[in-house]
Design a protein around this ligand. Sequence first.
Ligand code: 5GP
Ligand code: MG
Ligand code: MG
Length: 184
Amino acid sequence: MYGDDIASVLISEDEIAAKVEELAELVAKRYPAGAPEGDLLLVGVLKGAIFFMTDLAKKLTVPTQMEFMAVSSYGSSTSSSGVVRIMKDLDKDIAGRNVLIVEDIIDSGLTLSWLLRNLSSRNPASLEVVTLLRKPDALRTQVDVMAVGFDIPNEFVVGYGLDYAERYRDLPYIGTLDPKVYGG
Ligand code: 5GP
Ligand code: MG
Ligand code: MG
């Protein structure tokens, strides 16, 4: 539906579904149902993580609640500076809760490390991260991630929540964008 904007399918819809099930099993093992901290609190980072978060929640065998945050990172459009502004904060206090940040992709890891510092200052009982995708640069940063779906090459990807200029989020798969789209 986007003509020939998509250069290649990197991860198919079926591959994503299988991975989400795998990640859900892994996550459920860490968070027994009926914990004194209450239901596991998924914190989704808007907007990229929405598809992953809802699919993951549907596959998790423990009860979850959902909160969303929107952050924007200062810097150029292609690289983040690590200076982050909260565009939409959580609606609820997370003190004493088991919090799992659900991310779409970790590139430099700067946004996520800022988010981890910010949320841990609110005194959750625990704070972990699950990300669907991770790029090579992320391995150089000190961000501790509980679970990663796919390690992908250092290419710009779209689909399954990930955008370019707010487009392509609705694709059911993850693909690479033809360079002509961003003027390459
Ligand atoms: P970081 O702070 O880890 O460098 O930036 C992470 C954020 O950059 C992601 O949440 C996402 O919004 C954006 N990003 C990084 N790589 C990609 C990519 O390949 N495709 C898209 N659509 N966004 C990306
Ligand atoms: Mg993100
Ligand atoms: Mg984006």
